[in-house]
Design a protein around this ligand. Structure first.
Ligand code: AMP
Ligand code: ZN
Length: 474
């Protein structure tokens, strides 16, 4: 089998994936800022994290996965400016920021479940880790990577020669491009805040740095990732906007504290665009999962839309594209149903072969090529076309079904809830189908219709054909 190769933003190359500890993967994902319900763009980034998780697990690796919740310190502007997003939202809604955190986090977890995203092992909240952040800042001060100005603390980017390696930015260029009105108390314009003091801030802590302070956004992610995954771990992800300054700053902080390589592999998802551009409130196209459902789509159709594209390719969300994804997903679902129907019943039971068909190879080769989900799905559709054109022998069908089940395991294509819960067991369905056939032979159409309705209510579709009645789950 081919080897998994992934694109590393840090080296700008595809690299074979080799975990630090054989058989185990440790990864961290920048999670949502919980000031309002995450939009479908955010979910593109989180679905990518889930794709990594599922691919590793399907390959037999044990995964330790952490995604944080940012509930303080994420400012509206990138360069340490503007209001804190949570503070601003709380003032706007005239409610307690902690209430917003609670409501939005709950909504976020419901969304993850609806999207069939496997729960991470930890979802640390920034406000629960103030102590860890303060401890890291104290080490940075001791080691000369940070300096205090009154109750504020800044990271000195000139103390860390690698600053800019991830994003390709040069400190000199950053400084030349810095606006004149930037915070005058910093030693250099490119320095960034680790701790900020502001008595008017709604969420604030008394620490060694002063009475009313709060952390900078970047220190949150170094403190939380290192707490749960150690000084050095395999993989860190985020959307493409996280490369700079967020991840650049995380590296400087983490490596400044530990002196070790923080993360081996940095991966970034390209932004989801809507109607060909950025989502914006003024255009009214900042969609939530509810908006999709209100238009009659399933949340999983969106999952499919995202996975149809490679994570580093642009995806343009339009209702038409979502419609296309919904149809394609239904086609795969029907294909699986037909295979299941063909393989049902003792006469048709076939032992799945070696599972070594060309489609399986194409599927894995695509995934191993930097998670090319687009090509992996294309391999499934090719299989479906072959089936539609000339059908399949039982062994071949069993092989195809096994591959579709594997694809479902990695992509979360089909609704697991309806498949797993409350379903009629197969033998019961077989018996009802047989009873219906008998009723039809006896021209007892009232009874046969009744059975068809009963099965339909349980999500079972019947197809009467020349070889008898086939059934599959809707
Ligand atoms: P935020 O809630 O702004 O902290 O963002 C949470 C995650 O979503 C981050 O990893 C962002 O990079 C990512 N993200 C934000 N907008 C988009 C988008 N339109 N497409 C893909 N990822 C996004
Ligand atoms: Zn982060």
């Amino acid at each position: 089998m081919s080897q998994l190769r992934l694109y590393n933003t840090l080296t700008r190359r595809l690299q074979p994936f080799v975990p630090q500890e054989p058989g185990k993967v440790k990864m961290y994902h920048c999670g949502p800022t919980v000031y309002q319900r995450p939009h479908i763009g955010n979910y593109r980034a989180f679905l990518f994290a889930d794709l990594l998780r599922r691919t590793f697990e399907a390959s037999g690796l044990e995964v330790l996965q952490v995604m944080n919740l940012t509930d303080v310190g994420h400012l509206v502007g990138d360069a340490d400016e503007g209001e804190d997003k949570l503070d601003a939202q709380a003032r706007k809604e005239k409610v307690d920021p902690w209430q917003i955190v609670a409501t939005v986090s709950e909504q976020f977890f419901q969304d993850l479940e609806a999207l069939q995203i496997r729960p991470a092992h930890h979802y640390p909240k920034a406000t629960d880790h103030i102590e860890e952040m303060v401890a890291q800042i104290e080490v940075l001060l001791e080691k000369g990577h940070a300096y205090r100005v009154g109750d504020n603390v800044y990271f000195d980017v000139h103390s860390f020669p690698d600053y800019g390696r991830l994003s390709g930015n040069k400190v000199a260029d950053l400084e030349a491009g810095a606006r004149v009105e930037v915070n005058q108390e910093k030693r250099h314009p490119a320095d960034f805040a680790l701790w900020k003091s502001d008595p008017r801030h709604l969420m604030k802590w008394k620490t060694v740095f002063g009475e009313h302070g709060f952390p900078g956004w970047h220190i949150e992610c170094s403190a939380m990732s290192m707490k749960y995954l150690g000084d050095s771990f395999d993989l860190h992800t985020g959307g493409e906007d996280n490369v700079f300054p967020h991840h650049e700053c995380e590296i400087a902080q983490a490596e400044g504290v530990s002196g070790k390589t923080f993360v081996n592999l940095w991966m970034h998802t390209k932004f989801l665009q809507v109607d060909g551009g950025k989502m914006s409130k003024s255009l009214g196209n900042v969609y939530s999962l509810d908006d999709l459902e209100q238009r009659g789509f399933e949340v999983l159709d969106f999952r499919f839309l995202v996975l149809r594209a490679h994570y580093r390719a642009s995806v343009n969300f339009t209702w038409k594209a979502l419609q296309g994804a919904a149809e394609a997903r239904k086609n795969l679902h029907d294909f699986r149903g037909r295979l299941q129907a063909q393989l049902r019943g003792p006469a048709m039971q076939a032992e799945a072969g070696e599972h070594s068909g060309p489609a399986r190879k194409a599927f894995w080769d695509a995934l191993h090529d930097d998670l090319n989900t687009s090509a992996a799905l294309a391999a499934l559709f090719e299989l479906r076309n072959a089936y539609t054109q000339k059908g399949m022998e039982a062994t071949e069908a069993a092989d195809a079904l096994d591959l579709l089940n594997l694809a479902d395991d990695i992509f979360g294509l089909f609704d697991q809830e309806s498949a797993d819960s409350g379903d009629l067991p197969d033998p019961e369905i077989d018996a009802l189908v047989e009873e219906r056939n008998q009723a039809r032979r006896n021209r007892d159409f009232a009874r046969s219709d009744q059975i068809r309705d009963q099965l339909a209510a349980a999500g079972i579709v019947l197809e009467d054909g020349p070889e008898g009645t086939l059934w599959h789950r809707a």
